[in-house]
Design a protein around this ligand. Structure first.
Ligand code: FAD
Length: 294
């Protein structure tokens, strides 16, 4: 099933992101956790692509397995980083063979080791180049792209970032998913600006439930997202108790999602971090809104 068919419906949708295993040794345990998330009946499951090797070879395998075992539509990520023209060609052929119709085209981030290598090893510089390649493959993929309500860290300005985003969408993105954010007002303001810039495709807000104090620093470092005082207070108060922090983090993410639905956003994406207990609790908290009891 193409995700555009699902995202353009009148109903609410809640989708999950999972990551694939890094090595053979953890293949079963990581896949089991991802499958447990998929069994919670999300609208679709996206499977990330580990730039820099490792996890990348398992993306397709896990996406196929999730679809086969749960019937949930899947979206396979693909990055410029760690891809050559040959590997992209092979990946497109494998996606076609596996019957995966949805692909998320991303740039990825170079690891310090890759930075030190010859840049010509990685011919794709920006996600837009992958979008074009996927479009030209003749496979009629439904293509997603990433976007940044708080501006991509490498962009000179939001105006420039949105100009590049418009180019990426015009090249063939069917929908966009945002980087995590913790203040919905930043998302509403971003959405207004991109609509003004003529970007009309569905935009899925990406919500990251923070359920451990240690996760906060990492999330801010990786995404550069703004942490509202309301959230910091919650971490200060409950951060030392894992159980209390988990409950508070689930409540905060649920609150963000309900506010998004209440303000007319129909499709929300959760970064599950392969935690079925967290994804399940949130899914349960909004089941009546989704019209899908668990
Ligand atoms: P791009 O669209 O290439 O944009 C990156 C920067 O370059 C922006 O500043 C943009 O304004 C600018 N830019 C864009 N096009 C051009 C151009 N033609 N010329 C000059 N500048 C340009 N990473 C992974 O490794 N694996 C994953 O599975 C993964 N999944 C993700 C899912 C989501 C929803 C999000 C939000 C991010 C994900 N990432 C993933 C992280 C992502 O790879 C990084 O955020 C990366 O830094 C940017 O990727 P992009 O696709 O947005 O890049």
């Amino acid at each position: 099933m193409k995700l555009t068919d699902l995202l353009c419906r009148e109903r609410y949708s809640l989708s999950f992101e999972v990551f694939p295993p890094k090595t053979d040794a953890v293949f079963e345990s990581v896949s089991r956790a991802a499958l447990a998330c998929a069994r919670l009946q999300p609208s679709f499951v996206s499977v990330t692509y580990g730039a820099g090797g490792g996890r990348s070879r398992y993306t397709l395998e896990l996406a196929e397995r999730i679809h086969a075992e749960t019937g949930v539509p899947t979206l396979a990520h693909l990055t410029c980083v760690s891809s050559t023209r040959e590997t992209v060609e092979a990946q497109i052929a494998a996606l076609k063979r596996a019957g995966i119709e949805n692909v998320m085209a991303l740039r990825g981030d170079l690891t310090p080791e890759m930075e030190a290598q010859d840049r010509s090893l990685w011919p794709y510089r920006h996600a837009i180049e992958l979008v074009r390649e996927l479009r030209e493959s003749g496979a009629d993929f439904c293509i997603g792209g990433a976007c940044y309500p708080e501006v991509h860290p490498e962009s000179a300005s939001q105006k420039e970032d949105i100009r590049r985003l418009r180019e990426k969408v015009d090249a063939g993105c069917d929908f966009l998913t945002t980087q995590m954010f913790f203040d919905n007002n930043l998302f509403y303001s971003f959405l207004y600006k991109i609509r003004e810039a003529g970007i009309t495709v569905p935009v899925l807000p990406g919500i990251m439930p923070i359920t451990g104090a240690a996760q906060v620093e990492r999330a801010v470092r990786l995404s550069g997202s703004f942490m509202p005082q309301r959230f910091r207070t919650l971490v200060d108060r409950f951060g030392t108790s894992p159980e209390a922090m988990r409950q508070a983090g689930i409540a905060y993410a649920t609150d963000q999602i309900i506010d998004l639905f209440a303000n007319g956003i129909r499709n929300v994406h959760i970064y599950t971090m392969n935690k079925p207990e967290v994804a399940g609790a949130i899914r349960q908290n909004v089941s009546a809104i989704l019209g899908m009891p668990l």
